[in-house]
Design a binder for this molecule. Structure first.
Ligand SMILES: Nc1ncnc2c1ncn2[C@@H]1O[C@H](COP(=O)(O)OP(=O)(O)O)[C@@H](O)[C@H]1O
Ligand SMILES: [Mg+2]
Length: 303
C-alpha cells in the first residue's frame, strides 16, 4: 500500500527541488480551501496552525514544515516516512491524518482540530475516573502503534490531543528523529519524558513504554519524577490515592529505569492492564471491560 514507488514519493522530491521558498503564513492567508486562523504551536521543524476548511465548514489543524527544511533530502525522507506512518495508523486513539499534499509550495498535513493538549489539560484538576480513562486510551493507542511495529520516540503530554466525549489521541508520530537533530537533548539538560537509554541514543519499544508510563504517572500524581527515578518517587502517595494496587504496580513497572524490567512493549502493558479488573480502589465506580476492548469501561456508580 505504501511502497517506495508510490506517487507521493515522486511529488515530494519534485517539489523539494523547486527552490522558491514560500513566505511565512499569516493569519487570514488562504491555502487552497483552508483559511489560516491562528498559530497553535511551533516545533523543531514545523508550525501548526488552526485553520478553517471553507468547503467542509469546520476547523482543522494544519501542520506545515518550514520550507527551509524541505531543501534537505534527509528531512524529505523522514517526512515521507512519517506521513505514511500516520496515514496507515487507523485507531480511535491516534490522531487521523485527513490529507497531506503540497499547496502553493507548502507541504500541508491536515488533521481534525482538537480542544487542547494533555499538557494544557494537566494545568486543571482532572477527576480520578477521567484520568484513568485517558490512561487506558493512551495505552491502547501506543499498543496499536507497536503492533504495527511503529515506535513513537516522543511520547509526552504535548503530543496527546483531547477531543470531546473524553477522547484522547496521540499525534506527532515518529517525528522525533527530525526534532532530535534540531534540539539536542543536552541543550535542555532534562530528560523530560524520555527514557534514560533513549537519551543515550538507544530508543526502542521499551523506551516508548517508559515515556507512556511517565505521562500516566504525571497524569495521576501531579508530579514528574526525574532521573534516576529512585524511590521515594515524588507524588507517589498522591498516585496511589484511589487507585488499586495492581494499577499502581503496572505504572511502576512501566517506568522502571532498567529497560529489561519494564514491559517489552505497549502490547504487553495493555495485556497487563486487561488483567486488572478494577483500576480504582473504589470498586463501585469503574470496572474494566472485557479484554477484547480494554479501554472500554463500565461505570457503575454507587447509589
Ligand atoms: N489536531 C490538533 N488540534 C489541536 N492542537 C494541535 C493539533 N495538532 C497539533 N496541535 C498543537 O500544536 C502543537 C505541535 O504539534 P505537533 O504535531 O506535536 O508538532 P511538533 O511538536 O512537531 O511541532 C501541539 O503540541 C499542540 O499544541
Ligand atoms: Mg509535538
Amino acid at each position: 500500500m505504501f511502497t517506495n514507488r508510490s506517487p507521493v514519493a515522486v511529488s515530494l522530491r519534485i517539489y523539494s527541488e523547486e527552490a522558491d521558498a514560500p513566505k511565512q503564513l499569516r493569519v487570514g492567508a488562504r491555502l487552497d480551501k483552508y483559511r489560516i486562523a491562528s498559530r497553535l504551536g511551533e516545533g523543531g521543524f514545523a508550525t501548526v496552525y488552526s485553520a478553517y476548511d471553507t468547503i467542509e465548514d469546520r476547523r482543522v489543524a494544519l501542520k506545515i514544515p518550514d520550507s527551509r527544511h524541505l531543501a534537505n533530502s534527509q528531512t524529505i525522507d523522514d517526512l515521507q516516512r512519517e506521513v505514511r506512518i500516520m496515514a496507515k495508523l487507523d485507531h480511535p486513539g491516534i490522531l487521523k491524518l485527513k490529507d497531506a499534499r503540497f499547496i502553493d509550495g507548502h507541504f500541508v498535513m491536515v488533521f481534525p482540530m482538537g480542544d487542547e493538549t494533555l499538557a494544557d489539560r494537566l494545568t486543571r484538576r482532572i477527576a480520578r475516573a477521567t484520568a484513568v480513562d485517558y490512561a487506558l486510551q493512551m495505552i491502547d493507542a501506543v499498543a496499536f502503534a507497536h503492533q504495527q511495529r511503529v515506535l513513537h520516540r516522543d511520547i509526552k503530554p504535548e503530543n496527546f490531543i483531547l477531543f470531546p466525549k473524553q477522547t484522547i489521541q496521540l499525534t506527532d508520530f515518529g517525528l522525533a528523529r527530525i526534532q532530535t537533530s534540531a534540539h539536542p537533548v543536552s541543550a535542555s539538560g532534562t530528560l523530560g519524558f524520555m527514557a534514560p537509554e533513549q537519551a543515550m541514543g538507544h530508543p526502542g519499544f521499551r523506551s516508548d513504554v517508559f515515556s507512556l508510563g511517565l505521562v500516566i504517572y504525571r497524569l495521576l500524581s501531579g508530579e514528574l519524577p526525574d532521573y534516576p527515578f529512585e524511590a521515594p518517587l515524588p507524588g507517589y502517595q498522591k498516585l496511589r490515592k484511589g487507585l488499586s494496587s495492581d494499577f499502581v504496580a503496572m505504572i511502576r513497572k512501566a517506568i522502571d529505569p532498567v529497560p529489561n524490567r519494564r514491559f517489552r512493549d505497549a502490547i504487553a502493558m495493555q495485556n497487563a492492564v486487561s488483567r486488572i479488573r478494577y483500576p480504582l480502589s473504589d470498586r463501585s465506580v469503574m470496572q474494566l471491560g472485557r479484554s477484547d476492548n480494554p479501554s472500554r469501561i463500565s461505570q457503575r456508580r454507587a447509589a
